[in-house]
Design a protein around this ligand. Structure first.
Ligand code: PAF
Length: 284
């Protein structure tokens, strides 16, 4: 379980190793990441391991999902410790494409995502899901996995990728794995590394306020009333700004209003604390 994984940095070497496993009839599970790994990522490796004989992870900080002014340059890069953690979690191969090798100089094709990708994150980061769809499609084409696992912390991303995979007939089964949280409930995220001790205390309130809001809606509160209350609570507890607190249909993220009746709903939230934008979500 804890052997050092094979490291490949070129598409050619990746395809050669994948072909060997295919010849041996091994099913391949895949976890794409941007590195700076935490236990949330490692739980995705464990999830994949349960379904497939071989598990591949990739580490690539994808420029097309960052807008100007976002943290592409400063995004935490910790290759050595990431590889060690992946090996410990049972990952067989880590694909680390050289920067610049994913997108050809003349790359010109974009992906126009719809459905669950519309609204919420897209209202604040309009570039984001197009960039994610592009890199995930390219990585799926290179790795050619049987299954891929994404964390439900990025719930809108998970639904968007699952829809895109179906729409494009990509023969990969997309799974969403449960959110892994710190002791105080903060969802694990590579960007949590940015917090100092005071900001970290404030960040810990996000999940608590989200849970209270979800419970109120479940118990019959009007969605507008409960989400407005949650926004006020976030600002009062020290968040700088709140982008959204929204209840949506769990399968397609269409927004819900009024008291929910028999809908399977999800509460989604995005707020900024000490300059770090956090997202989280839970079932209602
Ligand atoms: O969730 C992430 O870490 C990224 O959006 C992903 C899926 C690896 C694509 O770059």
């Amino acid at each position: 379980m804890s052997a050092a994984p094979i490291i490949v940095r070129t598409e050619k070497a990746l395809r050669a190793q994948i072909s060997k496993w295919r010849l041996a009839d091994h099913k391949i599970g895949y976890v794409p990441t941007m590195g700076a790994l935490h236990d949330g990522h490692l739980s995705l490796i464990t999830f994949a391991r349960k379904h497939t004989e071989r598990v591949v992870a990739s580490i690539y900080v994808n420029p097309t999902q960052f807008a100007e002014g976002e943290d592409l340059a400063t995004y935490p890069r910790q290759e050595k410790s990431d590889i060690r953690k992946l090996g410990g979690a049972g990952c067989d191969l880590v694909y680390i494409p050289k920067s610049g090798s994913m997108y050809d100089r003349d790359h010109s094709t974009q992906i126009n995502v719809g459905g669950a990708a519309l609204g919420l994150e897209t209202d604040y980061r309009p570039h984001f899901f197009g960039g994610v769809a592009l890199i995930v499609t390219k990585l799926f084409n290179r790795v050619q996995p049987d299954i891929a696992v994404f964390g439900k912390k990025d719930y809108q991303q998970f639904l968007t990728i699952r829809r895109m995979t179906t729409d494009f007939d990509i023969p990969v089964r997309v799974y969403g794995a449960p959110i892994i949280r710190e002791k105080d409930g903060l969802a694990m995220s590579s960007r949590n590394l940015y917090f100092d001790a005071d900001a970290r205390l404030v960040a810990g309130q996000l999940n608590k306020i989200m849970r209270v809001c979800a419970k109120e809606i479940k118990n019959g509160s009007h969605i507008g009333t409960a989400t407005a209350k949650a926004k006020r609570a976030l600002l009062k507890s020290g968040f700088q700004s709140v982008d959204y607190v929204a209840a949506a249909d769990r399968r397609n993220l269409s927004l819900l209003r009024g008291p929910i009746k028999d809908r399977k709903a999800r509460l989604l939230i995005a707020a900024t604390c000490a300059g770090v934008r956090l997202i989280d979500n839970c079932d209602i």
